[in-house]
Design a binder for this molecule. Structure first.
Ligand code: GDP
Ligand code: IMO
Ligand code: MG
Length: 433
């Protein structure tokens, strides 16, 4: 059990939209004050970008504290781990002189993402055609299915080579039946995976840990780093166009073995507008020049797949609900500089034509295209904010926008990000960390 001590403060950092809010930047920033950074869900479907002194690092599986000396990075049990992705990521970091292995631990309870999961992900998306989810194709959904079906091969299983071989053979027997007979595609190579896991055992042996035990000995701040976003949560997101894990703060408990009393604070990360990669409802999506400008100025291409991100205005109506679900106490407003050139900036404050069916909520994703966003229009600031570092220096209309947003959301905006780099941040009146 993780024992709450007076010296420890645990904070969850959670994306509140459809991912890519800028979580990596904020976790990297806050990790200067942290002892440990823990991923607790998702897998290498994530792409978290860190820009430090002009050098860009994109992390997929490894927590965003990895650039900091003295910070322990933990991949918690709730994460599905691709052996191949982990190896590649470690090699890339180490080739750049970052001693990643010495700063990383991996829970023995993490289920593995294997080639059968990737094949299933692709086969399923291909079969459904136009109604596809638009997954990252990384095998995440099928890997989580195996976890709850109680047939997953986990990190701790790879150390017993013989029994691991048998488990993989059984798993592939099952999935190859589905792949060939149901999806009509080629089977996956069981021997290749058996060999891969024998090698993976050597790589992961020094990293493997009981993350609960490890974290119980941490003094100082633990950051729980969310992946994806709350609107992609498998329960509360725009189901079925979601990812296959719980992405909300509550998942830190099951995904890292934290007790419900462990998390002292939940920080929300929100882009100043909205983006989405993949299919599914997006009430404030733009198909006009403003949408183009957001995409271009924000360089909105996926960090994992390179796909163009769909863009639209900020959706306060959707945010209110996820702020409640997560228990968000303060926010970082990201990519604020992207709005610098707009004459008018819009915020969706309500929906019209909302169909409230079944489990009626203020944000019912089953509405699909039916809802019409109701916008509040604010005058733009039309000034470059990228070199501003203090709140008072922000243009008057920029401050108006931020303060109005704070009022609409009922949560303090604690920092405003005005560029990709680590230092491009405007602190609001309250201290940042
Ligand atoms: P994450 O998945 O939430 O960590 O976010 P991503 O890394 O996928 O996407 C965020 C993108 O925006 C990355 O390319 C960041 O380098 C970039 N970024 C982060 N904050 C800012 C900002 O304030 N302004 C601008 N222009 N870019 C930012
Ligand atoms: P980060 O952590 C944005 C999206 C996919 C797809 C859906 C399901 O960088 O914010 P999956 O491969 O998870 O089964 O795909 O979820 N998705 C993301 N979108 N950022 C991410 O991660 C995402 N991870 C998954 O595009 O719509
Ligand atoms: Mg991302």
């Amino acid at each position: 059990m993780i024992v709450t001590s007076t010296t420890r403060k645990s904070t969850a950092v959670i994306g509140l939209q459809w991912g890519d809010e800028g979580k990596g930047k904020i976790v990297d920033l806050l990790s200067s004050q942290a002892s440990a950074v823990v991923r607790f869900q998702g897998g290498h479907n994530a792409g978290h970008t860190l820009v430090v002194e002009g050098v860009k690092t994109i992390l997929h599986l490894i927590p965003s504290g990895i650039l900091r000396e003295g910070v322990m990075n933990v991949i918690g049990n709730g994460v599905v781990v691709s052996p191949d992705a982990l190896r590649t990521e470690l090699e890339v970091l180490e080739s750049r002189g970052i001693p990643a292995r010495s700063r990383l631990k991996v829970s023995t309870e993490c289920p593995l993402v294997l080639s059968c999961h990737i094949a299933l992900d692709h086969a399923r998306e291909k079969k459904v055609g136009v109604t596809k989810i638009g997954t990252t194709g990384r095998g995440i959904g099928p890997a989580y299915e195996d976890k709850v079906a109680r047939r997953a091969v986990r990190v701790g299983d790879v150390f017993d080579t013989q029994s691991c071989r048998e488990r993989v053979a059984e798993l592939y027997d099952y999935h190859n039946f589905v792949l060939t007979k149901y999806f009509g595609v080629d089977p996956v190579d069981v021997h290749a995976t058996q060999e891969e896991l024998a090698q993976f055992a050597e790589l992961v042996r020094p990293l493997a840990c009981d993350s609960v035990e490890l974290l119980s000995n941490v003094n100082g701040t633990i950051l729980f780093e969310g992946a994806q976003g709350s609107l992609l949560d498998v329960d509360f997101g725009t189901y079925p166009f979601v990812t296959s894990s719980n992405t909300i703060a509550g998942a830190a408990m099951t995904g890292a073995g934290a007790s419900p009393f462990e998390i002292d604070e939940v920080i929300g990360v929100v882009k100043a507008y909205t983006t989405r990669v993949g299919a599914g409802p997006f009430p404030t999506e733009l198909h006009d020049q403003d949408g183009e400008s957001l995409a271009q100025r924000g360089q909105e291409f996926g960090s994992t797949t390179g796909r163009p991100r769909r863009c639209g205005w900020l959706d306060v109506q959707a945010l209110r609900r996820v702020i409640q679900i997560n228990g968000v106490s303060r926010l970082y407003l990201m990519k604020f500089d992207v709005l610098d050139t707009f004459k008018e900036v819009k915020i969706c404050v309500d929906y019209e034509n909302e169909i409230t069916t079944g489990s009626a909520t203020s944000y019912d994703p089953s509405c699909f295209g039916a809802v019409q966003p109701v916008y509040e229009c604010l005058t733009g600031w039309e000034e470059d904010t990228t070199s501003i570092r203090s709140y008072v220096e922000l243009p008057r209309n920029a401050k108006r926008y931020i303060e109005r947003l704070q009022e609409l959301l009922g949560v303090e905006i604690t920092g405003i990000s005005v560029g990709a780099s680590r230092d491009a941040i405007v602190k609001s009146n309250q201290a940042l960390t």
